[in-house]
Design a protein around this ligand. Sequence first.
Ligand code: NAP
Length: 319
Amino acid sequence: MQAICVHNFGGPEVMRLEEMPSLQPGSGQVVVRVKAAGVNPVDTYIRAGLYAAPPFPFTPGFDAAGEVEELGPGVSRVAVGQKVYTAGTLSGAYAQQTLCEEAQVHPLPLGISWAQGASLGIPYGIAYRALFQRARALPGETVLVHGASGGVGTAAIQLARAAGLRVIGTGGTPRGRELAAQQGAHQVLDHHAPAYMEEVLKLTGGRGVEIILEMLANVNLGKDLKVLAPGGRVVVIGSRGPVEIDPRDALSREGAILGALIFGATPQEYAGIHAALTAGLENGTLRPVIGRELPLAEAPKAHQKVLEPGAYGKIILVP
Ligand code: NAP
């Protein structure tokens, strides 16, 4: 089988498509024939050596969708031939086959494409965790999805709308803002416009928002705290450097700054996330948006694109 292999840390060019031995499942493990793999920013940080990585050579990627090919002893939740998505894998998702623990494999509901299945694990997982497990979002609250045009942002809009929240989204391009509106954001703002955070206050009658899901905290956290309603929560999902804040902004509102990390979910929380996502896929409220599909060999291009401005849903690799 073919897989993207990384033999040393570096730029996107260190990822090469290579012939690898077929995977064999051990006890409690599942081999999935990959039909689509999701590209996440964290894959680029790991490839570059900025985050903990598996031993070399490794295959990047956490999210895939495909058919169960082989089961190890003791697996009972899925069957050979079943359509599934993965949220985490043992061997990497950028490949024709991936090896998973049974708990990392989830049935893919009818009507969800392979590409959509490969968009779920990290983006929908963290959007759910940030909204409901960290911020404890309630119907009727207002959430600012600060970075609503990408994989996590579009997931967050759909999840928040399905739960009865009011959603203000931001995007950096007209196309990205149109996407956020199509996904259900009630109002959409341009996060490059000079006075857009004042608009957030105007849209909430001066009160501010109860929840902010923050995709780029190193740019926005200081501004976020100034548009938080009393008792509001900022959830930091993404950040690419340090930032200066005025702690009085949190103090005066009794606001909270919370971190959210998909890899921080306990097994029970993780099971809860995927039970909720399955329900949303089945009832039609969750529909991942695919911006671009590339052949597996173009993983280097996918890693360039996922870090460029002008996000539009998910980038997917097709083996
Ligand atoms: P993505 O698809 O590349 O989307 C990036 C988003 O950030 C886009 O909506 C982009 O908007 C927005 N953005 C760019 N500049 C911004 C600004 N100045 N203010 C607000 N938003 C801005 O990436 P993703 O998969 O959605 O991930 C988003 C972030 O969350 C990344 O940093 C990623 O590493 C992180 N993340 C963290 C976890 C976790 O476990 N904590 C899990 C998944 C992702 P435009 O392109 O329209 O400007």
